[in-house]
Design a protein around this ligand. Structure first.
Ligand code: FE2
Length: 177
């Protein structure tokens, strides 16, 4: 039997002020990318899948973070010991979500080697980086583009390869059949 996850009293406040805003931004940017891709390149996007993945991609943060006053980025034991996204995959599987949604959660971060197998996942990854750096710009903070430098450029190059492998025109509907 698993141990219950300890409740952090600062968690809801932090989630509303930071994580919730970030998720909203990723959803907005990913949907704008899907609209652009459809209008300009006639790329079909499953918007239900995109929305589900964008809304849930960081669901693991509710247990990965243990914010304290003055230390909003403090990590919990789960955050210290599991790769980002792993607990989100666990939650999604336990909730009985479709494998294609679980895949989007598990492949959204450069911390894992799994690349998205569907165009919806590629949009979520790009939207995640864009949302983070737009937030950083607004706060006058260092950009991921600067702070992670080569690592981010390698990740973006891999995403470009993943997009090319999808043919940049399909939901890759057979990927989860
Ligand atoms: Fe994330």
């Amino acid at each position: 039997m698993s141990e219950p996850i300890p409740v952090n009293p600062n968690m809801l406040k932090w989630a509303r002020e930071t994580a919730g805003l970030e998720v909203d931004n990723v959803v907005t940017i990913a949907m704008a990318m899907a609209s652009f891709a459809g209008d300009t390149w006639h790329i079909p996007v499953n918007t239900d899948l995109l929305l589900a993945g964008a809304m849930l991609h960081d669901v693991c943060k509710v247990v990965e973070c243990a914010p304290e006053e003055g230390k909003p980025g403090k990590r919990s034991a789960i955050g210290e010991n599991l790769v980002h996204g792993a607990y989100g995959v666990h939650l999604a599987l336990n909730a009985g979500l479709p494998l294609r949604v679980v895949h989007l959660i598990g492949s959204h971060t450069p911390q894992v080697s799994q690349l998205p197998k569907v165009v919806e996942g590629i949009f979520i990854c790009y939207a995640d980086y864009a949302a983070a750096d737009i937030f950083h710009l607004g706060k006058g903070m260092p950009l991921l583009l600067d702070t992670t430098g080569l690592k981010l450029s390698k990740t973006l190059a891999k995403l470009t390869t993943a997009a090319a492998n999808l043919g940049a025109h399909t939901e890759n509907a057979g990927a989860f059949d």
